[in-house]
Design a protein around this ligand. Sequence first.
Ligand SMILES: [Zn+2]
Length: 527
Amino acid sequence: MTRRAVIVLAIFVGSALVAAPPSDGKRWWSYIEFLANDQMKGRDTGSPEHLKAAQYVAEQFRNDGLTAAGIQGFIQPVKFKAWKIVEPQCSIELIRGGKPERLTLGEDAFISRGVEPAESVEAPLVFAGYGLTVPEMKYDDFAGLDVRGKVIVMLGGGPSNIPGPLKAHYQNGLERRRFLARAGVIGTVTIQNPNTADVPWSRTALARFQESMELADPALNPPGSLKMTITVNPAHAAQWLDGSGHTVEELLALATAGKPLPHFPLVPSLRAHAKIQTRELVSQNIVAARPGTDPALKSQYVVLSAHIDHVGVGEPINGDRIYNGAMDNASGVATMLDIARTLHDEKIQTKRALLFVIVTGEEKGLLGSRYFAAHPTVPTKSMVADLNADMFLPLYPLHIVTVYGLKESDLGDTLRKVAQSLDVEVQDDPAPQRNVFIRSDQYSFIRVGVPSLMMDDGFKKGSKEEAIEKEWLKTRYHAPSDDLKQPVDLQAAAQYNRLLMKLAETVADDPAPPEWKPDSFFRRFAN
Ligand SMILES: [Zn+2]
């Protein structure tokens, strides 16, 4: 479809939506129906459908009286370099006593999408525990370990005596790869931990065919030059450890208990070949501003962010190839559109300005938000907070919100007050091992010093709501069934949107901008 035809369609659909009432969640859902229907083909970063979605969002913002705050109107173009694995020409072998043992790709292991793989890698293997360095805790899996020119084998996570936020932060590629480079590691092999993985191996493995991306500007990508990263099926990992005196079961049990892991050389060495196809592409962030009213505060912004990209068309599951991404994250974008509409309809004014930042490339590694943070369209110092919404999962009535970053900044205290006034309970992240606080776009804002938080429709441990969410992650997360046919609680979504809007208003009207807590680990980025 041509660009012009896309815009006409967007205007038509946009005006058809305006009449619906906001309070019952139907208007919110109608935005999702546009963004996540099959014609949108899963809004892959750089795809024509992603562009169509971006233009639709821009059109909604225009209708809501917001001002364009991108580079080309509402749009901020972002350049990417992309690659796709050509698996028939790839191989992973373990060499034991000179003899190759060829692994079955996808079943035993696969070449992961984290780094652009080199054509060939041959190196000794060393088990390096969590492969983690946390300077504040004087924790270093590489201390005294000879890994120069070698490939390390590791498990995700870290020992339980390291606080969650630190552990999460140092597992992020932007940090971890600095230490891998310093230690001279040339590749990593991660054994998936079935006890902490969101999805079963079969779905992890299917994702290897998706296109991987980096920002085109090399200065914005993680440091160092890993030649290859590999992911291993825990059920087929024994081969790697054979002869080392250790078993997968033993190591997984230690990791799950948060205990220290041993370090030891492995008997086989690695020989791997990779063939990739590369291309360059452009995708879109969308940025819209709603002016503030206070002469002293209106030059400051409260950011409301959500990612619009999903993973596109991929390997079929139950005959369906379209990964619609209705909850991930058409839902968060719909929340932003719903809030913008409500602010407009109710003629709500705020002292500070609001900045809606809808980002691309989240699924490729928070790339659109990383680009925006490096090239903000308003001064970094003028952004006083980021409130992010990503897959908040209104699958059941909203009584509790789970908050990521609750104790890190004043935003948590403000949220407590706002939530109380709406009769919603607030709780801290009950599953810090999932690293959610650094797994969505708020992390890009955190890294440039902006206090941030994200919240989800929450549940109590052991409740039926927990079972519903677990089942959702297992069956629908990053699967084609995250589509328009799934059951969603519209009332819960409407409440969530109301709560997030009130929080944004309260932060925007507060005479003092939010601050990181004095003891927050993330405060360092503010200096
Ligand atoms: Zn996702």
